[in-house]
Write a protein that binds this ligand. Structure first.
Ligand SMILES: NC(=O)c1ccc[n+]([C@@H]2O[C@H](COP(=O)([O-])OP(=O)(O)OC[C@H]3O[C@@H](n4cnc5c(N)ncnc54)[C@H](OP(=O)(O)O)[C@@H]3O)[C@@H](O)[C@H]2O)c1
Length: 281
């Protein structure tokens, strides 16, 4: 029996706690955000720290991690652990360093770090595949496995530990850009999400993916710097705008809170309606 009811289908044994304000609360939880120094990861880090969470920020470049942590600490609790998830050794080393920094207990892993590559079809060589697949897919797998002991230490039936992947709408629909390895890597991330969700559900660890549409970041700099390309990108979004901090941080907070505790194996588009409501125009 749990605090709010029995397991299985026979309903709650006690009245559920009716405290809606707590349903979305992430205060006091510890998050690791890979790629938390830029773009969507930084938006999530800012939002979660403001919501009272403790955020571990990671990326390859130690100075960027230090700078981000210094800025986050003006609002709350943050620490930095640099690392490179593009090799199995790097991902395992990061898992060990983060586990030590959080005393072996991690509530939420956000596998956000990712890279892309674009080239015309016949010029799309191996260099466009290796880094993208190793970072976006294999790195996510090895980091998640390396952090399982810390996630297990935080997991309970009432409040599961959470793994949140950053997929992409490019893994859900066919992108117009020539980013072949990226779209394939994100489709792989979505399936890895479902597979890990099945494997880890009995251990009270949920695994979900957020599939963003356009957000301002380093990855989309080539669009954002060009007013025509920006207008075209916005016109493809039914809600007619890029994603914002509250969209990214709000979704990750939902998936990490009591409100998101019964969701696992889901791929959630965060795209202003591109995949669900059709393209704009
Ligand atoms: N922006 C969008 O519109 C959009 C849309 C759909 C999906 N996404 C996904 O959302 C996630 C974040 O994207 P973003 O656009 O916000 O990215 P971004 O601004 O380019 O930032 C990427 C982050 O990942 C880190 N990183 C890159 N390679 C790494 C590695 N090998 N090990 C550790 N950290 C690494 C980078 O820092 P260092 O360089 O210091 O390592 C940086 O902090 C990605 O998974 C991306 O595919 C983004």
């Amino acid at each position: 029996m749990t605090a709010s009811g029995v397991g299985g289908a026979d309903g709650p044994a006690t009245a559920p706690a009716m405290d809606p304000a707590s349903w979305f609360d992430v205060a006091g939880k510890t998050f690791l955000i890979t790629g938390g120094t830029s773009g969507i990861g930084r938006m999530m880090a800012d939002g979660l720290v403001a919501a009272g969470a403790r955020v571990v920020v990671s990326s390859r470049k130690a100075p960027a991690v230090e700078e981000t942590v210094a800025e986050l600490r003006e609002a709350g609790d943050a620490i930095g652990v640099p690392g490179d998830v593009s090799t199995p050794e790097g991902a395992r080393a990061l898992a060990a360093a983060v586990s030590a920094a959080v005393d072996g207990r991690l509530d939420v892993l956000v596998n956000n770090a990712g890279v892309t590559w674009g080239a015309e079809l016949e010029a799309f060589g191996p260099e466009g595949w290796d880094r993208v697949m190793h970072t976006n897919v294999e790195g996510v797998f090895h980091l998640t496995v390396g952090l399982l002991p810390a996630l297990r230490a935080a997991a309970s039936e009432d409040d599961p530990a959470r793994v949140i992947m950053l997929g992409s709408i490019d893994g859900l629909r066919t992108p117009p850009m020539e980013n072949y390895s990226y779209s394939a890597s994100k489709a792989a991330v979505h399936q890895l999400t479902r597979h890990l969700a099945r494997r880890l559900a009995p251990e009270s660890i949920t695994v979900n993916a957020i599939a963003p549409g356009p957000f301002v970041s380093r990855m989309t700099k080539f669009v954002v710097q060009d007013p025509d390309a920006t207008a075209k990108a916005v016109a493809e979004v039914p809600l007619r705008r890029f994603g914002r901090l509250e969209d990214a941080a709000g979704m990750v907070a939902f998936l990490s809170s009591r409100a998101g505790a019964y969701v696992t194996g889901a791929i959630i588009p965060l795209d202003g309606g591109i995949t669900g409501a059709g393209t704009g125009g």
